[in-house]
Design a protein around this ligand. Structure first.
Ligand SMILES: O=C(O)/C=C/c1cccc(O)c1O
Ligand SMILES: [Fe+2]
Length: 314
């Protein structure tokens, strides 16, 4: 058995509205390097810790966490769509391990995932069919959210089960870092938007296209500085990355949900996926960061990070 980690931001604006060429080149180099790391590790299973953006999980039934034993991708924003090659027995083992450790995960034999789960698979593996996966949903958008430390405990539980497998397991975290994209919030939503957040699965192609166009337009306006969306926070991002690299993950338990929003934007909660992935990696002992890239990219609406890490070699 062995574990490895790759955590990276996702943004559907990538490739649609680009920052300067030199920025794109640096991001591409970081992704290429992460892909090289993953190819060399040659994972036999990929555990994807990812948020959802009201495509699979809505307010009609919103868990804090859900492990999927079967899953289908909606294929939003041009990401791969269709069934994922989920390892159902590994998913059930991870679920049992989490419940045994007092982390009350939900479990799904028919999970739906979106770009949050699929974009990293597309970027690192060229699609969703390359390696068996276990998708692990972490609620990062639908308030109220539990304390951030619960994601750490989830990761530790899944990691404790992953290290017992006689397989190479890649822990993939997807999201963040600081960002405040125009994702609607139930508390402020007008009735028709509230209905979509509660029960708006399977939008029509026209509805999905309109939603995606709104995000693309927001990205253009954000880069031009003409929106009231919160600024990216490189200082906060770098502080978060330093905590992940330190291995002392429990210190983040004191970061209140309010502080995430106030300092790093409503969708900065997506870093819970990074936290869970690093906590899972820690199940194999202390770890070392092999590579860390970060750049604030307003054109993509995100503080964009790419990290690879592995158990510390003695
Ligand atoms: O369409 C959505 O709901 C979200 C889009 C988005 C935009 C920028 C950064 C992200 O992490 C996103 O999920
Ligand atoms: Fe997201």
């Amino acid at each position: 058995m062995s574990l490895a980690l790759c955590a990276l931001s996702h943004t559907p604006v990538m490739g649609v509205h680009q920052p300067a060429d030199d920025v794109v080149d640096r991001v591409q180099a970081a992704i290429d390097d992460a892909r090289k790391f993953v190819v060399e590790f040659d994972p036999e299973l990929v555990v994807v810790f990812a948020p959802d953006h009201y495509n699979g999980f809505l307010y009609d039934l919103m868990p804090s966490f859900c492990i999927g034993a079967a899953a289908t991708a909606v294929g939003d924003y041009g990401t791969s769509g269709g069934p994922l090659p989920v390892d159902g027995s590994a998913a059930r083992a991870f679920t049992a391990a989490a419940l045994e450790r007092g982390v009350d995960v939900a479990f799904s034999e028919r999970m739906t995932v979106d770009h949050g789960c699929v974009q990293p698979l597309d970027l690192l593996f060229g699609g969703i069919d390359a390696v068996p996966v276990v998708p692990v949903f972490i609620n990062c958008v639908a308030e109220p959210l539990g304390p951030v430390g619960r994601a750490r405990l989830l990761g530790e539980a899944i990691g404790s089960a992953a290290v017992t497998l006689d397989r190479r397991v890649l822990l993939l975290g997807s999201g963040g870092l600081s960002h405040d994209p125009p994702v609607p919030r139930l508390a402020e939503a007008p009735p028709e938007v509230a209905e979509r957040l509660i029960a708006g699965r399977n939008p029509t192609p026209e509805q999905r296209a309109a939603r995606q166009a709104r995000v693309f337009d927001a990205a253009l306006a954000y880069a031009a500085g003409t929106t009231d969306l919160m600024p990216l926070n490189p200082e906060w991002d770098r502080r978060f990355l330093a905590v992940m690299a330190s291995g002392d993950l429990a210190q983040i338990d004191s970061w209140s949900n309010e502080s995430f929003v106030e300092q790093a934007g409503h969708s900065s909660h997506e870093v819970r996926t990074w936290l869970a992935a690093h906590a899972a990696l820690s199940a194999q002992g202390s770890y070392e960061v092999r590579s860390s890239f970060y750049e604030a990219i307003p054109e993509w609406l995100a503080g964009f990070g790419v990290t690879t890490a592995q158990p510390r070699r003695s």
